[in-house]
Design a protein around this ligand. Structure first.
Ligand code: DAK
Length: 274
């Protein structure tokens, strides 16, 4: 693949959008390669994914404005569908996806981060939905996912004003879970950049998720996602069903037996994904 890299580190997979000269803007090829990268993840081995952008400046600076500028109505719809299908694939992907946002997350960049389960960013990150300044509406789910994440009032303010916000404000409104800074020694020298610390933090979080019972984690993702689209009564039924399913797994039997075992010398074994 030309614009998407994939690396597996144990039970953690890292997908990197690699088009730094265009600030990782999403053109049709990037969207197709992203789709391919997600399809090729080995779900028997990988238990958590990280999605990030190449370079130190940008996560994703939006959909490719050059490509979009000449689209006809039909082509615009096809482009929108291609993006929406990939974003929905990420959102409903069986295992959790953490967005490690290393700079600009504008338009489609903010939108792809919102299709991930968890967002953490470096302290130079900038978020925004600038579409109305270009004469369009957000087209990759921004009007829907932003309102669900930060509330309708804040989402409307961001989308109507097209104003970019910096990492601390994104943290304050709940768009990201954490903001990661560089490490500086007593003399003021940078010993680890914000980007390095961001990836270390993302990998640590991913490893923490990966060590938990995989089927339980998957069922939690499904319960939260499906429940958000349902009434509370229906959502609780969804949770009950997915909770019940765990009792057919070896991992539930082992996890509870380990807790109840009074032999404190025993070392907990990795969950089997069964
Ligand atoms: N598309 C294409 N190229 C881009 C790009 C983008 N979104 N953003 C940056 N680039 C390119 C620049 O053109 C430049 O290329 P060269 O000139 O070097 O060839 C290179 O990346 C470096 O950018 P700058 O020189 O501009 O770098 P600066 O540091 O000066 O500025 C910036 C960084 C992020 C502030 C600036 O590049 C910028 O404002 N970029 C555009 C951000 C933006 O407006 N993004 C939102 C795009 S709209 C839909 C489907 C999808 C969408 C909507 C509808 N349907 C089908 C319904 C989504 C829309 C969007 O995402």
């Amino acid at each position: 693949m030309e614009f998407v890299l994939y690396e597996q580190k144990g039970a953690v997979g890292i997908i990197t959008i690699n088009r730094p000269k265009a600030l990782n803007a999403l053109n049709s090829q990037v969207l197709e390669e992203l789709d391919e990268a997600f399809s090729s993840v080995n779900l028997d081995e990988v238990r958590c994914l990280i999605l990030t952008g190449a370079g130190e400046k940008s996560f994703v600076a939006g959909a490719d404005i050059g490509e979009m500028s000449t689209l006809t109505k039909a082509e615009g719809e096809a482009f929108g569908k291609k993006g929406n299908d990939v974003f929905r694939k990420i959102e409903t992907f069986p295992i959790p996806v953490i967005a490690a946002i290393n700079g600009f997350a504008l338009g489609g960049g903010c939108e792809i981060s919102m299709s991930c389960d968890i967002r953490i960013c470096s302290d130079n990150a900038v978020f925004g939905q600038p579409e109305v300044g270009l004469g369009i509406t957000p087209g990759f789910g921004g009007t829907q996912r932003l309102a669900r994440l930060v509330g309708a009032g804040m989402a409307k303010q961001m989308i109507y004003t097209a104003r970019n916000i910096k990492a601390p404000e994104a943290l304050r409104i709940g768009l990201v879970n954490d903001v990661i800074a560089a490490t500086v020694d007593a003399e003021g020298n940078v010993t680890a950049t914000a980007q390095e610390n961001l990836m270390a933090a993302a990998e640590k979080m991913a490893a923490g998720i990966a060590k938990n019972a995989p089927i339980a984690v998957r069922n939690c993702k499904k319960a939260i996602n499906d429940g958000l689209d349902a009434t509370m009564d229906d959502a609780l039924v969804i949770e009950e069903k997915l909770f019940g399913d765990c009792f057919e797994t070896e991992d539930q039997q082992y996890g509870m037996a380990f807790f109840l075992d009074k032999n404190k010398e025993k070392v907990k074994e990795p969950f089997k994904n069964k």
